[in-house]
Design a protein around this ligand. Structure first.
Ligand SMILES: [Fe+2]
Ligand SMILES: [Fe+2]
Length: 350
């Protein structure tokens, strides 16, 4: 049916908002010494080794029949976009973690990354199964070769990946808890799988928290604080813009996008106190207006790109400047300082 979607092309695109593929200095990462966090490390790795979600990512009797053809067309477009973007993000983790495991020789690092790539492969595969039912699976093999890779220094990989794992946890568990209370709004069975799923993301985040704790320089310097602040602002504002482009999807779930995003930021920020020395002030009076200004500028950028020509080009430049100013405004909101606790480990509690 929905053959009008070229999901592989959607996933391959490199835009500001699409999930990216990353590469890094694998040798530097391979030199990490986890001895300063050995006790917590061994516990976490033993838990990952036990593979609690081994049988989870399989369709069973809970997987109700999906009426793709009867779905409201606007909702179908946005839901497929959501699935493609989630699948790309999961697969991006899989590719990066697998590469780390393949290139590394440090047994601690190789073991961690083999468990994490195992999990992300399952996650991406499970979403792709849902897309396959709609006749629009993403060609993941093609994606590995065709998609552009963004290089990040290991330090930035820690900040970005830690955040995306923890925000992934917060997103999945918030949707799950909402639909647990409002099952009539669960318009697709995949949401039933989110609870165990988010626990994988939680422990991946824990692993990065431990990696960051191996060396005080990673989070303890002035420059580190500036970069962490930058990544927090970038990840949060990107999520805001991306979610606000999916009006019908959130309406079908019965979710107010502003409230949902703020709730996800709040959970993520609370968790991130385990390791980040700064926290964004999402209750600051300039926070929501700044996000709205950024969203409006991004929408105008897209409209101008579609318009083309000289006016489109000029309009795009103006809108891009507005987006940058909005981002700078968000970045400059005073942050809250935080002293991470002596013991870094957390358990999922939402
Ligand atoms: Fe995942
Ligand atoms: Fe993950």
């Amino acid at each position: 049916m929905a053959a009008d979607f070229d999901t592989t092309a959607m996933a391959t695109q490199t835009t500001l908002l699409n999930p990216r593929f990353y590469t890094t200095d694998f040798d530097e990462m391979d030199r990490i010494d986890v001895s300063p966090v050995r006790e917590d490390w061994d516990k976490l790795l033993a838990q990952m080794k036990s593979d609690p979600n081994k049988g989870h990512f399989k369709k069973n009797a809970d997987w109700d029949k999906v009426d793709w053809a009867g779905m409201d067309p606007a909702l179908r477009v946005e839901f497929i976009d959501f699935l493609v973007s989630s699948c790309t993000a999961e697969f991006s983790g899989c590719v990066l973690y697998k590469e780390m495991k393949r290139r590394g020789s440090n047994p601690d690092i190789c073991e961690l990354f083999s468990y994490m790539s195992r999990d992300e492969a399952r996650h991406a595969g499970f979403i792709n199964d849902a897309l396959r039912e709609a006749g629009v699976a993403v060609n993941l093999g093609f994606l590995t070769k065709a998609k552009k890779y963004t290089y990040f220094r290991p330090k930035f990989i820690y900040y970005a990946t830690y955040l995306s794992e923890k925000i992934g946890y917060a997103r999945y568990i918030t949707i799950f808890r909402h639909l647990e209370a409002h099952p009539e709004q669960r318009f697709h069975p995949i949401f039933k799988w989110f609870k165990e799923w988010c626990n994988d993301e939680f422990s991946h985040g824990e692993a990065f928290a431990l990696l960051m704790r191996t060396d005080p320089k990673i989070t303890g310097t002035w420059a580190a604080r500036m970069w962490i602040r930058f990544f927090l602002t970038a990840v949060y504002s990107t999520m805001w813009v991306r979610d606000h482009a999916r009006h019908d999807f959130h309406k079908a779930l019965g979710v107010n996008i502003d409230d949902y995003d703020q709730e996800v930021f709040r959970k993520t920020s609370t968790i991130a106190r385990q390791v980040f020395p700064v926290e964004l002030d999402i209750d600051h009076p300039r926070w929501i207006p700044g996000l709205r200004a950024m969203n409006a500028a991004m929408i105008d950028m897209e409209t101008c790109t579609k318009k083309g020509g000289v006016t489109g080009w000029l309009g795009h430049k103006i809108a891009a400047t507005r987006a940058m100013l909005a981002f700078a405004g968000l970045y400059l909101i005073p942050v809250k300082r935080n002293t991470p606790p002596a013991s870094v480990r957390l358990e999922p509690s939402y």
